[in-house]
Design a protein around this ligand. Structure first.
Ligand SMILES: Cc1cc2nc3c(=O)[nH]c(=O)nc-3n(C[C@H](O)[C@H](O)[C@H](O)COP(=O)(O)OP(=O)(O)OC[C@H]3O[C@@H](n4cnc5c(N)ncnc54)[C@H](O)[C@@H]3O)c2cc1C
Length: 409
């Protein structure tokens, strides 16, 4: 029995089903994918909060990327300094961008060299060596890497704030290393049918009848679960809910402080840009970033109009940020048509030091737990945790043949 059909629960359930187990997935919401959720509003695809799929995550190997029909952002970002916008683009992905990136006002040559060195280290050192480095806050680690000046304030802080959902950079340097590694090694994209389609792809691999939507679980033991419709027994129960619910259902499991984000969606008659690039918020502003989603994935819009997603860490109102969104894209505020806004109060758990990577997933007596709170607060963490939980369940249910294709019961 798997409780929760987010990426963690689906990763666990698909593995258990592939190994021949009789798996049932109980999901409280009316859709799969958990926090990767997409609505359709006036013909536009609207993810619940700006998020992207990073192909540098190791567990992305479990997905059929071709079927997701990803549209790509360029690796890098656009910044505004003294009223002028400049693009900072990874020259490996677009060699012709090297001269403008080299001259972009993100700090001295020394800082740019330090950024290249930091990227090479995170991207190409073996993971055990990265994790063996002394753990600090991200802010301290960047400072020690020579990245404390303009490059921090104009580029790294707003870029990382959009991913870590905090701008003090108090996140663990170990998570920063793993995250930066994924940016160095992969690309970031949006699926043609929205971020929810990532979960839907995994759910499609489950046997018919294994998924039960709108089935809210109120209690769990290693022998079964209690739902509004009654008690269901199981040989093993995997709790793959969000961190807060996991902590409520499972004594001894604690939830890290949640990070929140508010995303405002606007429509423009057309894109103001000629390349798909994230625009970073300016120091002192409320926006951490803003992106024309349809530049990366035209299928997020119905008719060639541009869909813009702009995020703030605090719970802002649209009127508070409209001018800033307009300035970010060099358009008039009156050109922006407000589509919707979404605040996600528990977007992801904090990853402050000490980072507890790969927390135990086998709680004993038939109870298992997985989710982004057991690994890293990301798509990668959720999927990796689900895979670990499935292995642990198989090990418990049939210790002699961990993952053979025989029936578990
Ligand atoms: C706005 C936003 C932006 C993000 N951006 C990124 C990004 O760009 N890159 C990245 O890697 N990560 C990003 N993340 C984080 C990423 O989405 C999550 O880390 C990941 O999706 C968590 O998956 P999960 O399966 O652990 O949990 P969830 O997705 O929370 O899944 C848990 C599931 O359990 C269900 N559930 C809860 N309680 C019960 C119950 N009692 N009974 C039955 N079912 C229950 C829930 O409905 C849900 O479907 C972002 C998150 C948000 C919200």
């Amino acid at each position: 029995m798997v409780v929760g059909a987010g990426l963690a629960g689906l990763s666990a359930a698909t593995r258990l089903a592939a190994a021949g187990c009789d798996v049932q997935v109980l999901e409280g919401a009316g859709h799969v994918g958990g926090r990767l959720a997409t609505d359709r509003i006036d013909g536009f695809l609207v993810d619940r909060g700006f998020q992207v799929l990073n192909t540098g995550y190791p567990r992305v190997a479990d997905l059929d990327l071709a079927a997701l029909e990803l549209g790509w952002f360029l690796t890098g970002a656009r910044i505004w300094v003294d009223g002028r916008s400049s693009a900072v683009v990874d020259p490996r992905s677009r060699p012709l961008s090297l001269p403008r990136t080299a001259t972009a006002p993100i700090g001295s040559l020394r800082e740019k060299a330090a950024l290249a060195a930091f990227s090479l280290r995170a991207g190409y050192l073996p993971v055990p060596r990265l994790l063996a480095a002394p753990e600090r806050t991200a802010a301290e680690a960047l400072q020690r890497a020579g990245l404390g000046g303009a490059v921090l304030e104009r580029f790294l802080r707003p870029f990382l704030a959009g991913v870590l959902l905090e701008d003090r950079l108090e996140t663990s340097s170990r998570y920063l290393d793993l995250l930066w590694r994924s940016f160095v090694r992969g690309r970031i994209g949006l699926p043609a049918r929205g971020m929810q389609s990532v979960g839907e792809q995994l759910a499609d691999r489950l046997p018919a009848g294994a998924l039960h939507l709108r089935c809210h679980v109120t209690e769990v033991t290693g022998e079964g679960v209690q739902t509004g419709a009654g008690r269901i027994t199981a040989d093993a129960v995997v709790v793959a809910t969000d961190p807060t619910t996991a902590a409520e259902l499972l004594p001894g499991v604690t939830a890290a402080a949640p990070r929140q984000v508010t995303t405002h969606l606007h429509v423009l008659p057309g894109s103001p840009w000629d390349e798909p690039l994230l625009v970073l918020g300016r120091p002192g502003g409320q926006l951490v970033n803003s992106a024309v989603l349809t530049d990366a994935q035209p299928r997020y819009g119905p008719d060639g109009r541009a869909l813009v997603a702009s995020s703030t860490l605090g719970p802002t109102r649209e009127a508070d940020v409209r001018e800033e969104v307009a300035r970010a894209h060099g358009v008039a505020a009156t050109d922006l048509e407000h589509l919707t806004s979404v605040t996600v109060p528990r977007a992801q758990p904090a990853a402050a030091p000490p980072l507890q990577l790969r927390r135990p997933v086998d709680l004993g007596h038939g109870l298992f737990v997985c989710g982004d709170h057991r690994d890293t607060p990301s798509i990668q963490g959720a999927m990796a945790g689900g895979a670990r939980a499935a292995r642990a369940v198989l090990h418990r249910l049939r210790p002699a043949a961990d993952s053979g294709p025989t029936l578990a019961r």
